[in-house]
Design a protein around this ligand. Structure first.
Ligand code: ARG
Ligand code: ZN
Length: 844
């Protein structure tokens, strides 16, 4: 059954107050509810329907009189009064056997919940839709020592705890946790003087991994006050770490629940990348308190309203905490690797989709990351001040409401006077716009002509022109900037922009800062690229110039049998040796375009990419870089080592990123001694795993792999790395076999989503291994997806995306993948989640 945006109807009844009592028992939890309903004056219908799934109804009443509701598919119906009334019910649920990790479930003996998007209906009968908002009173009864829910704590006694959340919220923000947990605690005083108790709840063994997350939380709270003027609004803020969780984390009001991998960190167990990611996710969930919770979505089609905005906010935060240039490059790499891939395949959908079968399938990079890009473009178009005015108006106007993208855009229009009707197409049109660039130079006048075109996507054959902010700067031939960054607004299918009175033909630096999520199509000479790599004042485009050179070189190697491009390597050598540049940025210069990115680029030239050839070209180029730049890499490795204790701060992390990028290249020519020495000396996970990774890449490191396992077998999060790295670093021939062998390892707990993803996410990410012509990778993944689907549809459906690029490849591979997709699609009892995903990939 498909749900359509156009069918939205306001709820027949609103809720004024909710009281819930939980009597916790592993297989027989009782949930008692008392819900104050009132007819919605803005609704035409008086049909009373409550969502409910997998619930055993024990009893129900209206205003104290027992009733027998009609149980229907997905919920219950009743004849309800046309006036305010209280509906009460008692239901029984089974958290112990809830393997889908949605609703109330158990993880290592601890009770926890995940309700977004539609999990609350597995807890009790309720209008489980985000436009029904109410204050909640919750009583939890259990002998477990820690009993948590949303809001402020109320009465607490032997075997029970009460919680009151005064802020009206939709059911998807409900949360409950009960377990044997300990807290890492702190305090925060808000700008207006509210004293907030902060707790990070974990299992006792993890108490040494909380300090960083807590600091990140306090930084986030301060930042949102300073940058957005948003304060926290309860007396306590609780975060809980859970091992079994389908995604990263969840912003439940006052009680954020985190995948333990997204919050727990110590220098010994977490890498620099983990620390940065944790800081960003803590910030993300905290920022949802205003963008998501105080102002929420009218319906799930509006998901990007909270997610795109909150991702944009966490990106700004990370930029402020670390480096804006480095963060922008990282975000662009992710967007291109993941969102462009989605946008250019069978799963392409608008940032605001118009229909879905299972909403969990739409928590996508398009909704999140392209959604964030749209907010960034808006900010660029209206300016920093306009953006702040618009956000103030948005918060002011919609606090306590469930709203739409139209409301969001109207706040910008009203605050800035700008007409955003055409801009709105960014939300409704799927696909990545291509911007073709041509130049003209005559009589001191330089003309840039931009033409936009967006390829067809499923259900959207024709696209109208979008508003594309193209940030441009011009350099003169000796490398000085003659026109500083200006934003060209491309609104037509084709448009020309003129720059007058220039003394020489300039070199343009286009789409600075990656000012729009588009693909630039432009003929550009190698010399010009090397010139921009050396001289561009925009750090993003400086990096981009190197990236373009690398990509062109690699494509020539794959498609024309060319050798490694010595000019590129020399330009790269000058870049990484430039001590005026941030080490983190120089590490990014060293990162070659990924195999998947190259596959897409080759596909766009009209040819079927050969994953093996792409893998080999990248390896050959890496080896050539190592050979030609060995001296400079060796010097960087030595001079950027850090003495003294580990700190996850950006500066040290940047140095480690650079030395470890160097290490991985140096190992190709020198062998494993340097990496083995680093492995032995390492006192932190970043150094340890980088050394192990370098060794595995050259098919050494068996002893270190074993030592690592012995050292870390008691740490689930570290063991995820151990599982994943072996698959990621396996040669194309060995990838599927390595993954298969690991599934037989005694620590392969396949029901744990992190562990499952560690192995199969790594397999899907090992492009040449996954797409090995034997088809072994495809078969193995499909086998395991079919095994997981009955237990955990959400994680299964998400991981089917490994197959989403199948139409790029040659007939043999397409045939092999089609067979697996059809085998999955044809399986009896397949979940709605997985069947939607596979169906979309098989549809033409
Ligand atoms: N709202 C959460 C976040 O972005 C993610 C929830 C994901 N839910 C899902 N069903 N996939 O922080
Ligand atoms: Zn979010």
């Amino acid at each position: 059954r498909t749900v359509y945006l156009k069918d939205y109807q306001p709820p027949a009844y609103l809720v004024d107050e909710v009281k819930l009592t939980f009597r916790l028992a592993p297989e027989t939890t009782r949930v008692l509810s008392e819900i104050r309903f009132r007819p919605n004056p803005d609704a035409a219908s008086r049909d009373f329907f409550l969502h409910g799934e997998q619930l055993k109804l024990i009893s129900a009443s209206i205003d104290g009189t027992p009733v027998e509701p009609e149980l229907v598919e997905g919920g219950l119906k009743l004849d309800a009064p046309d006036a305010a009334f209280t509906f009460a019910a008692e239901v029984e649920i089974d958290p112990e056997h809830n393997t889908a990790l949605e609703g109330l479930y158990r993880s290592n003996g601890m009770y926890c919940t995940q309700c977004e998007a539609e999990g609350f209906r597995k807890i009790t009968f309720y209008p489980d839709r985000p436009d029904v908002m109410a204050p909640f009173h919750v009583r939890v009864e259990s002998d477990l020592p820690v009993l948590l829910s949303n809001g402020n704590p109320g009465e607490r006694g032997d075997g029970f705890a009460e919680w009151h959340d005064p802020w009206p919220k939709p059911a998807y923000l409900f949360a409950l946790v009960a377990g044997e947990l300990v807290a890492h605690s702190d305090r925060f005083t808000t700008r207006s003087g509210r004293e907030v108790e902060l707790n990070l709840w974990v299992r006792e063994a993890d108490i040494d991994k909380c300090a960083f997350g807590m600091e990140a939380l306090k930084k986030s709270m301060r930042w949102d006050e300073e940058v957005y003027g948003r304060e926290y609004d309860l007396d306590v803020f609780n975060i809980v770490a859970v091992d079994d969780f389908n995604m990263g984390a969840m912003e439940n009001k006052g009680l954020n629940i985190f995948n333990s991998s997204a919050v727990l960190a110590s220098p010994e167990t977490a890498t620099d990348a983990d620390f940065e990611r944790i800081e960003a996710i803590i910030a993300h969930e905290y920022f949802h308190n205003w963008t998501g919770n105080r102002i929420t979505c009218r319906d799930w089609f509006q998901l990007c309203l909270k997610e795109g905005l909150t991702v944009f906010r966490d990106q700004q935060f990370t930029g402020d905490m670390r480096s804006h240039a480095v963060k922008r490059i990282d975000d662009a790499m992710t967007l291109r690797a993941m969102q462009f891939r989605e946008d250019n395949g069978p799963l392409a959908h608008p940032v605001r989709p118009e229909s879905f079968v299972e909403i969990n399938n739409f928590y996508t990079v398009t909704v999140y990351e392209k959604g964030a890009e749209i907010v960034g473009m808006l900010r660029r178009l209206v300016g920093e001040e306009g953006y702040r005015k618009a956000l103030d108006l948005y918060f002011d106007r919609h606090d306590g409401q469930a709203v739409t993208i139209e409301d969001w855009l109207r706040a910008f229009e009203d605050a800035t006077g700008r007409d955003l009707s055409q801009f709105g197409r960014w939300y409704s049109q799927a696909g990545t716009p291509r911007v073709h660039v041509t130049e003209d130079w005559a009589d001191g006048r330089y003309t840039l002509t931009l033409r936009q075109e967006t390829p067809a996507t499923p259900g959207q054959p024709d696209k109208a022109p979008q508003v594309i902010p193209v940030a441009v700067g011009l350099l003169n031939p000796n490398g000085d900037e003659v026109v500083p960054t200006t934003v060209l607004e491309l609104t037509e299918a084709e448009q020309s922009f003129h720059f007058e009175t220039l003394s020489a033909r300039p070199v343009p630096s286009l789409l600075r800062g990656f000012s729009a999520p588009v693909i630039l199509k432009r003929q550009q000479s190698k010399e010009e690229r090397a010139f921009l790599l050396a001289h561009d004042t925009d750090p993003f485009n400086k990096w981009e110039a190197g990236r373009d050179l690398a990509r062109d070189g690699l494509m020539a190697m794959v498609l024309d049998g060319a050798g490694p491009d010595a000019d590129y390597i020399d330009a790269l050598g000058r870049g990484i040796a430039d001590e005026g540049l941030d080490p983190a940025f120089r590490a990014q210069l060293l990162a070659l375009p990924g195999e998947d990115e190259l596959a897409q680029a080759i596909f766009e030239t009209g040819r079927a990419p050969d994953p093996t050839a792409i893998f080999e070209a990248r390896e050959a180029l890496r080896r050539a870089v190592a050979e030609r730049l060995g001296d400079v890499l060796g010097r960087l490795y030595e001079t950027h080592q850090i003495d003294g204790p580990y700190s996850p701060e950006a500066e040290d992390a940047g140095r480690r990123a650079l030395t470890n990028a160097a290490l991985s290249l140096l190992s190709l020519t020198e062998g494993g001694d340097r990496a083995r020495a680093q492995f032995r000396a390492a006192d932190n996970m970043t150094q340890q795993i980088a050394a192990l990774s370098a060794l595995l890449s050259i098919e050494e490191g068996a002893a270190e792999l074993k030592a690592f396992e012995d050292q870390w077998s008691h740490e689930r999060l570290v063991m995820n790395k151990w599982f994943g790295l072996q698959v990621a670093r396996a040669t194309p021939e060995r990838a599927a076999a390595t993954a298969e062998a690991l599934t037989r390892h005694s620590a392969f707990e396949w029901k744990n989503p992190n562990r499952f993803r560690a192995v199969f996410g790594a397999l899907a990410g090992n492009a040449a291994g996954f797409h090995h012509p034997s088809g072994a990778g495809y078969r193995l993944l499909a086998d395991w997806l079919l095994k997981l689907d009955p237990l955990n549809p959400q994680t299964t459906a998400r991981m089917t995306q490994a197959f989403s690029t199948w139409k790029r490849y040659d007939e043999t591979r397409q045939g092999l993948i089609r067979a697996e997709l059809e085998r999955i699609a044809g399986t009896e009892g397949l979940s709605r989640d997985t069947s939607e995903m596979v169906g979309r990939m098989l549809a033409d």
